[in-house]
Design a protein around this ligand. Structure first.
Ligand code: KIV
Length: 259
């Protein structure tokens, strides 16, 4: 879809109701999220931690992102798929354009760019590629994960970045880990819908990493994550029961055996 049309569509939608985005990294999860009615599916570079076991997103490559975007795209019929441009994939506008096109070829409808990179973002939008912005905590460059914009100077920079991105024509802006008051100020000042993660209730929509929502890692629980399930516990228990059944020759029983 063309960037202006998508922006217009989302602005109108956000006037009626909150927008919902979740991450997905594979076919089965994407199919479920799409089916249940999530508006946007982000193939986030958070897959560095959730899927690949890295400590952060800094080692994620374009190859990793394309592989997972293809898998997600196979499961989605309706939702908007946003491919997260990984670190260094947008170092120059030319490189960013090549890489953004790879995301679209893999099945994404749009890309997300971390930070205020006006030349890169303008190049992509001029080329017809919808861009989602991202301000606040920027994991690709952050030395430490902490709330941003508590101090006035940092808050003003984040605010200006969001206003700049809006002026460039992004179709929405992720606000990550900022105080709710700042998120409200940004949301009221920009036209593009804001999608919060750790940014409070006043954003136009919300995003969470699906693994966090599902409780896949009980040891990881930042303040902004609400767990809607405890899958780590459920998986552990299921696997324990399987081990026990195999060791005690209860599986496979007659019901699960061909004759
Ligand atoms: O990579 C990711 O999952 C993200 C979200 C946290 C917005 O960028």
């Amino acid at each position: 879809m063309n960037p202006t049309e998508l922006r217009k569509r989302l602005i109108e939608e956000a006037r009626r109701r909150k927008l919902v985005m979740l991450t997905a990294y594979d076919y089965q999860m994407a199919k479920i999220l799409d089916d249940v009615g999530v508006d946007m599916i982000l193939v986030g570079d958070s897959l560095g931690m959730t899927v690949m076991g890295y400590p952060d997103t800094k080692s994620v490559t374009m190859e990793d992102m394309i592989h997972h975007t293809r898998a997600v795209a196979r499961g989605v019929k309706r939702a908007l798929i946003v491919g997260d441009m990984p670190i260094h994939s947008d170092d120059t506008p030319e490189l960013a354009l090549r890489n953004a096109r790879r995301f679209l070829e893999a099945g994404a409808h749009a890309v997300k760019i971390e930070g205020n990179k006006p030349e890169v973002i303008k190049t992509l939008i001029d080329a017809g590629i919808p861009v989602m912005g991202h301000v606040g905590l920027l994991p690709q460059t952050a030395k430490r994960y902490r709330v941003r914009g508590k101090k006035r100077e940092e808050a003003e920079r984040i605010f200006r970045d969001a206003v700049d991105l809006d002026g460039l024509g992004v179709f929405s802006i992720v606000l990550e880990s900022i105080p709710k008051r700042l998120a409200r100020r940004i949301t009221e000042a920009v036209e593009a819908p804001t999608i919060g993660i750790g940014a409070g209730i006043h954003c136009d929509g919300q995003v969470l990493v699906i693994n966090d929502l599902l409780g896949m890692d009980e040891s990881f629980k930042p303040k902004f994550v609400k767990r809607y399930a405890h899958l780590e516990r459920i998986i552990r228990e299921a696997v324990r029961r399987f081990i026990d059944d195999v060791l005690n020759e209860r599986f496979p029983d007659e019901e699960h055996t061909y004759h």
